[in-house]
Design a protein around this ligand. Structure first.
Ligand code: GAL
Length: 622
């Protein structure tokens, strides 16, 4: 695994570059990511390019022996671009423009901005595409960051209409599929359809789902245009993009299909603080991050990537600037996070950023160096990680055991966001809950798409998958491992309708029955004991399966039908974890009970152990 760093030569005096590059090498770093926000320096005025400084920066880094990952600068169109095409800015949910002065202010559907993005991408790719120092390209930066995938602009509306006509063929077909007879929402032509924001009460969930799919497709198309240019101008180099944490705004399986290496940006402390972890976890792991945050995403993005090629494009090195509170990691955590990424098969971990920049938005965001250029605490840990990693040259990753697969689909999360039915009942967090439960059993986990091959896994878990693709139905029929199915699975057709035979729809034969009613309950009912561990969600099942586990109020928590376990409660309830454990034991997996804060993963013949409470990483051979 390579180590790298995100570097912004345009922030520092040129005299410093060679020193920085030498110090990177001396630390053990071999990769450097540059350029992704440098448009205003590359092209200060329309059509006037200033390559000299970037040529020299590329030369300096290359000469020092660093492999360069060059970013296309399309996440930060300069002011003159916005002034030239003012309607390229995105409109938010309320229809307000997302103004200039930060980043990601563009609309994915705007043809004029797409042309600009292609133009600047081609300019950079032609300049550096064949330079021996360039090892890879990063397209744009964090598609969707700051909630930017869905844009409610006229350009998006027009493109949405074309997309709908293409998908449904006729307006009658769309009206029928969406059930538009309800509330007299029928349309006479595609030109009548607006975006689903600004309605009085919720818009038709089918309308929202179509818009989510469309918005995702726009990201994929925007990215693909860059990929095509980069492949043409820079053959043989990997193309990557940096995904985010707990983020599902576009379909990452689709994006991953177009690139070589799927990257992601790992900020465990910021994520712990900003996402839905309980107060106790926030206290216990404030300086470490919850032990499953980074690993969950490693396994999610590895599972999405072609040939499982993935990396950490940004690794938190110290306090960040964007969470409610921004603690410093415990000494040892930067090394632990790095080794854990290795354990999950990363090709690279790149720290964000080399040197803390004393001005502008991220002035409080740590780097490997302080703003004054002296080492920050993470620098020594990066060096230690580099030394440790040098032990593992030639490791055979193919020998990594496959224990359990968790099936996750992006449209599952869109559906549970559009119509949660119970506050916070999310497919993504259902997957996270199953992940945590399995990881506490010490298992190697892959998070895979519903279209992936199941045959290598002794056990498959489908935490919450409202739309079950035909390919998965067929794969499950053939599959002979243990299967665990969670709530809402098979509960919707492609257009957000309830299947004629009720949930789980096409999986009815597999589970030997149907869900006749689903109810959701506020957590406070748990305290009164009204549903015991089944609080939050309950599916009433009718069919030929046998009750395997009962809750406090005679409710069946788990039904068993052959190799299939059907869980009726939400996956974050304790009962669910014991169902997963039973299935793992039936699958003859090497189940252990990990002590609090300890996690392990095997890669090749090495088991890496992460001790989160004590910020210690260690490894052993098997
Ligand atoms: C990422 C982003 C970086 C930087 C970083 C700060 O989301 O890609 O450019 O802003 O966060 O933590």
């Amino acid at each position: 695994m390579d180590l790298g760093v995100c570097y912004y030569p345009e922030h520092w005096p040129e005299e410093r570059w060679a020193l920085d590059a030498a110090q990177m090498r001396e630390t053990g770093l071999t990769r450097v990511r540059i350029g992704e926000f440098a448009w205003s320096r590359i092209e200060p005025e329309p059509g006037r390019f200033d390559w000299d400084w970037l040529d020299r920066a590329v030369e300096t880094l290359h000469e020092a022996g660093l492999g360069i990952i060059m970013g296309t600068p399309t996440a930060t169109p300069p002011k003159w671009v916005v002034d030239q095409i003012p309607d390229m800015v995105a409109l938010d949910l309320e229809g307000k423009p997302r103004g200039f002065g930060s980043r990601r202010h563009y609309c994915f559907s705007h043809a004029g901005y797409r042309a600009e993005a292609a133009r600047i991408t081609r300019a950079v790719a032609e300049r550096y595409g064949k330079h021996p120092g360039i090892v890879a390209w990063q397209t744009d930066n964090e598609y969707g960051c700051h909630d930017t995938v869905q844009t409610f602009s006229p350009a998006a509306r027009d493109a949405f209409r074309v997309w709908l006509a293409d998908r449904y063929g006729s307006i009658e077909a769309l009206n029928a599929a969406w059930g538009n007879v309800f509330w007299s929402m029928e349309y006479r032509s595609f030109e009548e359809i607006e975006l689903p924001n600004l309605t009085v009460t919720e818009a038709n969930p089918a309308h929202w789902l179509a818009f989510r799919r469309f918005s995702s497709d726009q990201v994929i198309a925007f990215n693909r245009a860059q990929v095509d240019i980069l492949r043409e101008c820079s053959p043989g180099r990997d193309i990557t993009h940096n995904a985010m944490g707990f983020y599902t705004g576009y379909d990452h399986h689709d994006l991953a299909a177009d690139i070589d290496v799927l990257g992601w940006d790992s900020y465990p402390l910021g994520f712990l603080e900003m996402f839905r972890f309980c107060e106790e976890d926030k206290r216990t792991y404030a300086r470490q991050g919850h032990p499953d945050i980074a690993a969950f995403h490693h396994d999610l993005y590895r599972g999405a990537a072609i040939d499982g090629r993935w990396s950490v494009l940004e690794q938190q090195p110290g306090p960040v600037n964007w969470a409610h509170y921004n603690p410093a990691p415990l000494p040892g955590m930067v090394k632990l996070w790095t080794m854990e990424a290795f354990a999950h098969g990363a090709e690279m971990v790149s720290y964000f950023r080399w040197r803390q920049f004393p001005r502008a938005q991220e002035q409080m965001h740590a780097g490997l160096l302080r703003p004054d250029g002296e080492p920050a605490p993470a620098l020594a840990e990066a060096r230690e990680a580099a030394e440790a990693l040098s032990e593992f040259q030639g490791l055979d990753k193919q020998a990594t055991p496959k224990h359990a697969a968790i099936v996750f689909a992006y449209d599952a999360e869109w559906i549970t966001q559009i119509q949660p039915q119970g506050l916070g009942r999310s497919a993504l967090w259902a997957a996270f809950a199953c992940y945590t439960a399995l990881r506490r059993l010490g298992l190697n986990i892959d998070i895979i798409s519903p279209n992936a091959d199941l045959s290598d896994y002794p056990m498959v878990v489908i935490p919450c998958l409202p739309i079950v693709p035909d390919a998965l139905v067929a794969a499950l029929e053939e599959y002979d491992g243990e299967i665990v199915i969670g709530p809402r699975t098979g509960s919707r057709d492609d257009d957000f309708g309830i299947p004629p035979n009720l949930a789980p729809g096409k999986l009815e034969p597999l589970v030997g029955g149907t869900i006749t009613l689903s109810e959701s309950l506020p957590d406070k009912l748990d305290e009164r004991g009204s549903h015991g561990v089944t609080g939050g969600w309950y599916d009433y099942y009718s069919g030929e399966a046998e009750a395997e586990m009962e809750g406090e109020k005679d409710q069946v928590l788990c039904w068993k039908h052959g190799k299939v376990r059907l869980c009726t409660t939400w996956p974050d309830r304790s009962g669910f974890a014991s169902v997963l454990e039973r299935a793992a034991r039936d699958a003859k997996l090497p189940v252990q009970q990990m002590p609090e804060g300890i996690r392990e993963r095997q890669i090749g013949n090495i088991i890496v152990r992460s001790d989160y409470l004590n910020a210690k990483t260690s490894w052993r051979e098997v």
